[in-house]
Design a protein around this ligand. Structure first.
Ligand code: ZN
Length: 527
């Protein structure tokens, strides 16, 4: 009998693997690591062997490799998965350096209702022009609604438009979208009613996809907003993700425990709901959200016309002042301009200071005039300081809260964007785990790896496990630290020296290697 046959017989008899009989040769072995596998179980010492982009062995690894990395003193964990990003532009910033430098190896984009319209083309382009990171996407409700309903938004869709929206969502799901996202404070989604979303969510549910929502309110009306999320999950029989869970505006602070209780009650009836969170007391979105939706409905030209009418303008200003008052604010001091291409000297300034610079006065009326001016000149992104640290800490300890940045791909040194895009994952490791000890390190890693992978259905990722993709982050648990601040956001974290995507180093010794091993991640067809 030939040796090969004996091997097969032996393996069948004793359950021995080929590896045990014959020392293997791997692409890479990471030795002496403190392995945190992403499941939440305690760290263990060991080695990890990688071959052809996948984890080939884990534990005490014998054999040799083309390359060996000594990870003494380091934690080796699954690459972080950031399920809440706005990275439609990843093709033009393919290194995605702000993400990979904080240990992120996979992102989910298409959030808050905005995505590529042609999901198939978006994902295929990532194969034609590769990027450094794995990319999955949702299909955005606002994208689909704009396409089907044109510029006329403040109404229900006609039957034909509803049919078209369903077809667009169906096509996106067939093309590999992970699910549907809504952004219900944004145009035009803010004019949709719950049944419209339920209809679309049913299309997604038939594919086993997920529904992720930037809800209608994250402040005074958050309870009604959660009720809507729960209704959609229940009626469409769909898994739901509450995007960037938070309580905005100090009139709403201190209710995190109660909000979590409401979500737990919904789970008790069998619904699957999870949440993601960024670990900062400021939010970030377009400055345009400061202007009431009805004033912006139909687009910038419409806004210009409304502002040209003194009566309408007075009404818009009154609404804005009332909005401030309801949230217990006297002006827009809480808001900073992040990136305004028309006048970059305003970037980084709070609105009163920006009004002073641009208009010579920091009065509330001048702040409002500046907001109009910015919007009519193409808009700007902003950073809004309105979240309570206590609420953040309550939300982050819930076992179904995962950490996600809500960031886009950053162009280094451009504008004054929210620091979360450079620091969120490192901040979880440093501030909330090592310093405040609110979470075990293994739990923090789980919230950035297996929890997001399982929730969003990213197959064979999110765990250090034989056969899984070798998406790996290697960090120093004593030193890993975010350095990005509101004042100086363009700073990569420290203490995260190596990051591998699909078995290839994208960060090595703290530097981007320029490798682009990222893959598009498509939702698998339902079996
Ligand atoms: Zn959002």
């Amino acid at each position: 009998m030939k040796t090969g046959v004996w091997l097969v017989v032996l393996m069948a008899m004793g359950g021995l693997s080929l590896r045990a009989l014959q020392p293997s040769h791997y692409d890479l072995i990471i030795r002496n690591a403190q392995i945190i596998d992403g499941s939440g179980s305690p760290a263990q010492r060991g080695d990890i062997a990688i071959t052809a982009g996948r984890i080939a062995a884990i534990g005490k690894v014998r054999g040799s490799a083309k390359e060996t990395l000594d990870a003494k003193g380091m934690v080796v964990a699954p690459g972080f998965i950031d399920v809440h990003t706005h990275a439609e532009s990843v093709g033009s910033l393919p290194l995605a350096e702000n993400f990979v430098r904080m240990g992120v190896t996979s992102i989910v984009t298409g959030n808050c209702g905005g995505s590529a319209l042609d999901i198939g083309a978006f994902l295929t382009n990532l194969e034609k022009s590769p990027v450094s990171i794995n990319v999955a996407t949702l299909v955005g409700h606002n994208t689909v609604r704009s396409e089907a309903m044109g510029g006329s938004f403040k109404r229900k869709p006609t039957d034909d438009e509803m049919t078209q929206m369903k077809q667009l969502v169906e096509k996106a799901m067939q093309d590999g979208a992970m699910g549907l996202s809504t952004g219900l404070i944004y145009l035009p989604g803010t004019y949709s009613e719950t049944p419209e979303i339920v209809e679309l969510a049913k299309v997604v549910s038939a594919h086993g996809g997920l529904y992720a929502s930037h809800m209608r309110s994250e402040g005074l009306e958050i309870r009604q907003a959660i009720d809507e999320l729960v209704t959609i999950a229940r009626e469409a029989k769909i898994r739901a993700q509450l995007s960037h869970i938070k309580l905005s505006g100090n009139a709403s602070w201190g209710q995190a425990a109660d909000i979590l209780k409401r979500l737990d009650q919904a789970r008790a009836e069998g619904l699957q709901i999870a949440h993601d969170q960024y670990l900062y007391t400021a939010s970030s979105t377009g400055i345009s959200v400061l202007i009431p939706s009805d004033a912006r409905e139909g687009g910038r030209e419409q806004l210009r016309q409304r502002l040209a009418n003194p009566e309408q303008k007075a009404k818009i200003i009154a609404d804005m002042k009332m909005g401030l008052l309801r949230n217990g604010r006297k002006d827009y001091q809480y808001a900073a301009i992040a990136s305004y291409s028309k006048d970059r000297t305003l970037n980084g300034l709070r609105l009163p200071q920006a009004a002073k610079k641009a208009r010579g006065s920091e009065s509330l009326d001048d702040q409002i005039e500046l907001i109009f001016e910015i919007e009519l000149n193409g808009g700007a992104s902003g950073v809004f300081h309105g979240i309570d640290e206590g609420d953040i800490q309550t939300f982050l300890q819930h076992p179904l809260t995962m950490f996600a940045s809500d960031s886009g791909v950053r162009r280094f040194n451009e504008g004054a964007p929210h620091p979360r895009g450079y620091g969120n994952n490192a901040r979880a490791l440093a501030r909330y785990t090592r310093e405040l000890k609110l979470l075990r390190l293994e739990e923090t890693v789980r919230k950035m790896s297996s929890l997001p992978a399982q929730t969003f259905g990213l197959k064979e990722r999110g765990l250090l496990k034989e056969g899984y993709w070798a998406d790996i982050v290697i960090f120093d648990p004593k030193r890993a630290q975010d350095l990005a601040t509101y004042e100086q956001p363009h700073q990569y974290p420290k203490g995260i020296p190596h990051v591998l995507v699909n078995g290839q180093f994208v960060v090595r010794d703290g530097k981007h290697t320029n490798a682009k091993p990222g893959q598009p991640i498509r939702k698998e067809a339902r079996r």
